[in-house]
Ligand binder design. Structure first.
Ligand SMILES: C[S@@+](CC[C@H](N)C(=O)[O-])C[C@H]1O[C@@H](n2cnc3c(N)ncnc32)[C@H](O)[C@@H]1O
Length: 255
């Protein structure tokens, strides 16, 4: 896996208006939240502009939801929107800003490919999870990367993504080394209409991978998207959802 620099500090305002919590990602997270006791702590690792922390706080009012991110401008965007969730600065490649064994659900959406030190990430996730707690990673498998519309319309993105994303098997290995067992993996998929608004988000480079494309490749991809729009096609968004767990036993509620 190779790190490609993505400057979320510069990207924050664009991210805030181009990205939202998609229902096919909220749903598997919400199912885990539904199984937590009242007062349970939920931690959004690499929360960005807070889309998913906000969605889960709205889904269930009696959980305590917090997010952390390395980018202060992303966190400023998160704080600018009304939410019961709290947001703080933190680096998921180092010590998480969280006490031991208090979190019922820790999750990271679209973050793991940015993490330089995966071993530390998993050790820290295991440290903060309460017994019975769950770590959920929403990421992309190689199969997703090849199937999704982003690759269909912008094929030059694929080699970049194959270098950026850790293979799912490598994630399982690192998780196991930190004492986290794979409980389940599932696909999360949805279709987005190629509306004028969505096309303006693609034109603004709503994905960090698009920001790594040569301008001519981005322009050629936008042309293909407009042709698909004229044919009435929809955009395929797909993810892999990985559930890891610790042993059950002790209450997951925050003291
Ligand atoms: C694609 S965005 C995802 C944001 C959010 N999870 C969402 O789905 O909307 C990736 C986020 O990971 C954050 N990030 C990258 N490296 C990080 C690190 N080492 N620790 C914490 N956050 C990190 C970025 O600042 C950015 O906000």
């Amino acid at each position: 896996m190779h790190a490609f620099p993505t400057d979320y500090d510069q990207y924050a305002a664009t991210y805030a208006w181009t990205r939202w919590a998609v229902p096919w990602v909220v749903a598997p997270l919400a199912r885990v939240v539904d199984g937590l006791p009242s007062g349970a702590a939920v931690l959004d690792v690499g929360c960005g502009t807070g889309n998913y922390a906000r969605a889960l706080s709205e889904h269930r009012a009696d959980i305590v939801c917090a997010g952390f991110d390395i980018s202060k401008p992303m966190l400023r965007e998160a704080a600018a929107r009304p939410s019961r969730a709290r947001f703080v600065v933190g680096d998921a490649s180092r010590a998480f800003p969280c006490r031991d064994r208090v979190v019922g659900l820790a999750f990271a959406v679209d973050v793991i490919h940015h993490i330089e030190r995966l071993a530390t990430f998993f050790v820290e996730a295991a440290r903060v999870l309460a017994p019975g707690g769950r770590l959920v990673l929403v990421t992309d498998s190689e199969d997703n990367l090849r199937r999704r519309s982003l690759t269909k319309f912008f094929p030059e993105i694929l080699p970049i993504e194959l270098q950026r994303y850790p293979p799912v098997a490598a994630l399982h290995e690192q998780a196991a080394a930190a004492g986290l067992r794979l409980l389940r993996q599932e696909r999360a998929e949805g279709r987005i209409p190629l509306s004028h608004e969505f096309l303006s988000k693609l034109a603004a480079k709503c994905s960090s991978a698009m920001r790594l494309l040569a301008p001519r490749d981005h322009a050629a991809g936008m042309l293909r998207v407009r042709e698909a729009q004229a044919r009435g096609e929809r955009w395929l968004s797909c993810y892999m959802v990985l559930h890891y767990g610790r042993e059950a036993g002790v209450s997951m509620a925050t003291p």
